[in-house]
Write a protein that binds this ligand. Structure first.
Ligand code: G3I
Length: 336
């Protein structure tokens, strides 16, 4: 059967993965899958601030540049991830804020310089930038988290400024707000409502926001994303592009089982079904630009490190064999 990227190209969709650049350089089987199956790539970590500026004033674009070159060589578009997030901030920065040696006004200048330098460095090479990542609370109602590192030190206006600075540095890149649980949840859609209101407000103020990324981190123990199509359409009806940016579907596994076999056999049905629901929702929404899976294989996944006793979240197994979720995606794309 055809590759995911070939099938997706027939329907004008880009299908992607998050890339571990160490593996890309070291593992030819891994690199082969990235090249053959995907038409967009995201740096899983190396475009985040702690990698880009490990010590103050020292820039480290090398690993990200390698990914950008790989993408160019393989006809892939790059999602830039991510400019402003509470995680993976350099240690020198958090230490300086904590000990008062970096004041608020200095911090604002540091953020402006970071965004300007990074976006300028990649100008013309990034398709979509995740400018701001995970600023909303999971509560109902959902709000911008007042305790977020950036918001607590610089106020909510830093988010709008981040978009303005990114746009000034690369006027052609599509600028996204990216978050999880902001589309598709049955039950409460409080976070989706809050993000929807926020991006519309930004736009009404002339802030250059082009799109909303729904990460798509699902878990088989929770419900299906039944409202995903409708929630994505609400954003696109308001003039925003959307993308599924970090899809994966985790389930329970034995922590001692390196192959991450699900402990509940139903998960082997639920997982491909949930991938399918996410992909079909994106396919059903004109202006859903890309569908990115977070990591190539279960061996690469962030899940076992974060959720003890969960795993099996990706579409290839730990030995790089395609799973049922891969076949489901192939089928959905070929029928689209
Ligand atoms: O780079 C260091 C290395 O020097 C050190 O020796 C090693 C020891 O643990 O850690 C390495 O850093 C790790 C980094 O990944 C690179 O491998 C961090 O500990 C680890 O926490 C980090 O995890 C990443 C996580 O974001 C951090 O928040 C995951 O790989 C990455 O998949 C995950 O991605 C996020 C998205 O960016 C945003 N949405 C949620 C998603 C899942 O958490």
């Amino acid at each position: 059967a055809d590759s995911l990227r070939t099938l997706a190209s027939h329907v004008g969709l880009r299908v992607g993965t998050a890339v571990n650049t160490d593996k890309l350089a070291a593992d030819t089987a891994y690199a082969g899958i990235v090249a053959d199956q995907f038409s967009t790539v995201t740096a899983e970590n190396v475009m985040k601030w702690d990698t880009i500026e490990p010590s103050r004033g020292t820039e480290n674009f090398g690993p990200a540049d390698q990914l950008v070159s790989f993408a160019r060589a393989h006809g892939q578009l790059v999602r830039g991830h991510t400019l402003l997030w509470h995680n993976q901030i350099p240690g020198w920065l958090t230490a300086g804020v904590a000990d008062g040696s970096i004041t608020s006004s200095a911090l604002r200048d540091i953020v402006r310089r970071h965004i300007t330098d990074e976006v300028s460095h990649f100008r013309g090479k990034i398709w979509q930038w995740d400018v701001a990542n995970e600023f909303f609370t999971d509560s109902n109602p959902s709000t911008i988290n007042p305790n977020d590192f950036w918001v607590s030190h610089l106020g909510v206006g830093i988010i709008a400024d981040a978009f303005r600075w990114a746009h000034a540095a690369d006027p052609h890149a599509l600028l996204f707000y990216n978050d999880y649980n902001i589309a598709g949840e049955d039950g409460s859609n409080a976070k989706s409502d809050a993000v929807y209101a926020f991006v519309r407000q930004l736009r009404s103020q002339g802030v250059p926001v082009d799109g909303v990324g729904d990460q798509g981190h699902l878990d088989t123990q929770y419900g299906f994303p039944t409202l995903l199509t409708q929630d994505l359409r609400r954003y696109t009806a308001a003039g925003f592009k959307v993308a599924i940016t970090e899809a994966d579907v985790r389930t329970f596994v034995k922590t001692t089982d390196a192959s991450q076999t699900p402990t509940d056999s139903l998960a082997t049905f639920a997982q491909p079904y949930e991938y399918s629901q996410m992909l079909k929702a994106c396919l059903a929404v004109r202006d859903c630009l890309s569908f990115t899976v977070w990591g190539v294989s279960d061996a690469d996944s962030w899940v076992p490190n974060t959720f003890k006793g969960e795993g099996y979240a990706d579409i290839y197994d730990v030995n790089l064999n395609p799973k049922a979720a891969f076949t489901a995606m192939q089928q959905d794309l070929s029928l689209a």
